[in-house]
Design a protein. Sequence first.
Length: 109
Amino acid sequence: MGVTFKVEGERLNWAAPDTFVDANLSNAAALLAWLDLPADLHGQLPARELAARCRRRLWPEARNVDEGEAGAESGRVISGGRRPGYLEGRTADLLRVCDRAGDRNVVWG
């Protein structure tokens, strides 16, 4: 399931869709946990605080490398896994949303 992260109060401008920045991310719970946030799939945070968390995770350090996750099946639950580097890429996408937000909040859900 994907979760959309967007600038609070912004809506898509159908006349100029390229001016709207949001990120619809799968594995959002893993991304939030990786950013040391509760894995709650509905929330908001000041963009500057979220951007700082994103930037720390994008520093080139061994602890910031996403090794990925193998897929698994347990009864009726199937996990498709996650390719290596996925969280870094989605963190960069989320940072673009934060940059657009400026002093506003980034909301997700």
